[in-house]
Every structure is written in structure tokens, then in C-alpha cells.
Design a protein around this ligand. Structure first.
Ligand code: SAH
Ligand code: AVI
Length: 340
């Protein structure tokens, strides 16, 4: 969440720009007011990712239960060259890039194709952008890395504003990790439409999506035995305590992550262990939270092909190519903007 510039910004091959449309704190205030003052309570998942939340997500990716990262990494490792070949890209632009670890497969394939590769990374977490930037500059000695710190919408607006001046060749947009699955249908379609409207006709979008699979596999992935996902979920309360001057007691809540079959999604819940009163400074509020009451902190959709095609049609995107893990447990879709 930090917008402070860091040492890596002194490299001539690295820049970090804050691209918020509204400052991150104002966003959180508005979302807290909209979702948390009355039951049913919920918050959008982007607030998980302060520096600690980003580290915890990285640790989730290393748990034996969280299969999406491994399946997607395996697909990227095996098909990066084909993806770059099919896209013809000279620049990679990634939304919600996190550590960019899996992205390194794409970046290596990009570097093999072009002499001065350009990677534009976007994330709400400034710390993770700088860490990734420093690592990438070391590995790829001709690469330029520009980080856009802010949410997806702000990064896309920024890209649309500068694209005349800076668009170097066809671009590959990447939206990996099934992060699209953190949005309900209308928001997901609007975000995809936004991406499509930012693309030039020769640009391509690589979209990584988690697919429907047996409930035990899904529920284990979000309820890992070591409790890393629980710590990630509960860390949200620490973010609220710091950012809003609240006094949530993380011990007063329990992590749960059921698969809600009729909506085809995991829901991340914080369940109140007791009747409790939480005081918040900004916005000034007193929350009376009942025993057993649920705060919904995330949805994580598991997609059927029909659901994916409905979204793509609504967004004006067309299939160019597709790569899937065994049993279609995870898929990468290469998409092109359709005609208006
Ligand atoms: N793409 C990576 C990281 C996924 S975790 C992977 O596949 O492993 C989701 C990432 O998106 C986090 O790094 C988080 O900070 C970022 N993020 C979450 N919501 C966001 C938003 N609304 N705008 C921009 N980045 C966001
Ligand atoms: C980033 N996002 C797609 C992850 C997911 O699977 O929904 C975040 C996550 N939440 C719990 N575990 C992982």
C-alpha cells in the first residue's frame, strides 16, 4: 500500500509511479462505509495487500494445497515461447503483478525475442513492485521495468493516457493468478471491457483462470493445514486497525473458506467468535458484531467454459489460443480485442 519511492527507483532502468485515481485511503474509507457498517458485512479483497499481506500471499503460493500457482507456473514455463510468438509482443503489461515470479517465464521469452524488452507492472502494493523490480533488473540486464502503483482501473487509465507516446510495438497484457475471479460478473465484465478498450487491435491479453474442480481440492487450497491462508485473511483486520484507527481483535475472529457450489466460488469469511464491539476512528463508528456473524473478505470464482465465454462476449474479447492444465483444472486464454 505504501507509495514511498525506494532505492530501486534510482536505477535508470526502473521507475515507479503512483497512478491512483482516488487516494488509496479514500478508497478504503468509501468501501468500509459501503460494506462494513451494517450486516451483511464485506470488503473488496484489494485491502489484503499491505506489505505483510503480500508476503503472506507469496507464502500461500508455496503451500502444498494452493494448486493454482503451480498449475499456472507450469503452463507458463511450457508455453511462454508459444505465447510470445502468438502475441508478437514487444512489451508486457501486467495487472496485479505481485512478485512477478511466474511472469519471469514470459519475460525470458520476451527477452529472447527483442533486444530492449519493456515490462510494465501494476499492483496496489508498492513494496512488492519494488522488490520484484530489483530482482528483475538483476536477471534481465537489458530490460526496462516501469511500475504503476494503484488499482487496475487507474493503471489502465494511465496506460491509455501515455500509450500514444510509449506504446512500443504490440503489447501483451497479462492478468494472471485468476485474479479476475475476485470479481462478481458485472464487475469482471466491466474490468475486461476496460482492458479491451485500452488495447490496440494488435495487442493481446493473456488471462489465467482457475476452473471448476472437486470441492475437497478447492476447500483445501483455501484452508491450508499450516494456517497461512487464515493468517492472510486475519491480516485484513490489522490493515483496518492501522489505516482506520480501528480496534478489531484478530483473536476474536476465525477464518473460514467454504466452496459455495451454486455460485461456483470459494468465499473467504472472517467469522466472529463472540458478540463484540469494534470502535473505528475514521469513519467514526461503533460496530456491534454478533457471535457467528460473517465478514466476507473475498470471493474466488471457479470458472466453467460457459461462464468464461459469457464474460468474454460481454467484454468484446475473442479467443486467439488456449492452454490448459490436465483435467482442465486451470487455463490460460490468449485473447484479442473484437470488433466494436
Ligand atoms: N499475479 C500474481 C499475484 C496475484 S495476488 C500471481 O498470479 O501470483 C493479487 C495481486 O494483485 C496482489 O499482488 C495484489 O496486491 C494485487 N491487487 C489486488 N487487487 C488489486 C487491484 N484492485 N488493483 C491492482 N492490484 C491489485
Ligand atoms: C489473488 N487471488 C486470485 C487469490 C485467490 O485465489 O482468490 C487470493 C487468495 N485468497 C486466498 N488464497 C489466495
Amino acid at each position: 500500500m505504501s507509495a514511498e519511492p525506494s532505492a530501486v527507483s534510482i536505477s535508470p532502468r526502473y521507475s515507479r509511479e503512483v497512478v491512483e485515481e482516488r487516494d488509496a485511503h479514500a478508497d478504503l474509507l468509501a468501501d468500509f462505509r459501503a460494506g462494513m457498517l451494517e450486516p451483511p458485512r464485506s470488503l473488496p479483497p484489494k485491502y489484503f495487500y499491505d506489505a505483510r499481506g503480500s508476503q503472506l500471499f507469496d507464502a500461500i503460493c508455496d503451500t502444498p494445497e494452493y494448486y493454482p500457482t503451480r498449475l499456472e507456473a507450469d503452463l507458463l514455463e511450457r508455453h511462454a515461447e508459444a505465447i510470445l510468438e502468438a502475441s508478437g509482443a514487444r512489451t508486457l503489461f501486467e495487472l496485479g503483478s505481485g512478485t512477478s515470479r511466474k511472469t519471469e517465464y514470459l519475460l525470458a521469452a520476451l527477452e529472447a525475442r527483442v533486444s530492449a524488452p519493456h515490462y510494465v507492472a501494476n499492483d496496489v502494493c508498492g513494496e512488492i513492485l519494488d522488490e520484484a523490480g530489483a530482482r528483475l533488473l538483476q536477471r534481465f540486464d537489458q530490460m526496462r521495468v516501469d511500475s504503476l502503483c494503484g488499482d487496475y482501473a487507474a493503471a489502465l487509465t494511465h496506460l491509455a493516457d501515455v500509450s500514444g507516446a510509449q506504446a512500443d510495438g504490440p503489447r501483451l497484457f497479462a492478468f494472471l493468478g485468476s485474479s479476475l475471479g475476485n470479481f462478481e460478473d458485472a464487475e469482471a465484465a466491466a474490468l475486461l471491457r476496460r482492458i479491451r478498450d485500452t488495447m490496440n487491435p494488435e495487442d493481446r491479453l493473456l488471462l489465467g483462470l482457475d476452473r471448476v474442480k472437486p470441492r475437497p481440492v478447492l476447500e483445501a487450497a483455501y484452508n491450508d493445514a499450516a494456517g497461512v491462508t487464515a493468517a492472510f485473511n486475519l491480516n485484513l483486520l490489522s490493515v483496518l486497525n492501522t489505516e482506520l484507527g480501528a480496534d478489531f481483535d484478530p483473536e476474536g475472529f476465525e477464518h473460514r473458506a467454504p466452496f459455495v457450489e451454486d455460485l461456483s466460488r470459494i468465499e473467504m469469511h472472517l467469522v466472529s467468535r463472540r458478540q463484540q464491539t469494534v470502535r473505528v476512528s475514521e469513519p467514526e463508528a461503533v460496530l456491534e458484531i454478533a457471535e457467528g456473524e460473517v465478514i466476507r473478505t473475498e470471493i474466488s470464482r471457479k470458472f466453467s467454459l460457459e461462464a468464461i465465454d459469457r464474460l468474454l462476449t460481454a467484454a468484446g474479447l475473442e479467443h486467439a489460443a488456449q492452454w490448459s492444465a490436465p483435467e482442465e483444472w486451470y487455463s490460460l486464454f490468449l485473447l484479442r480485442p473484437g470488433a466494436d
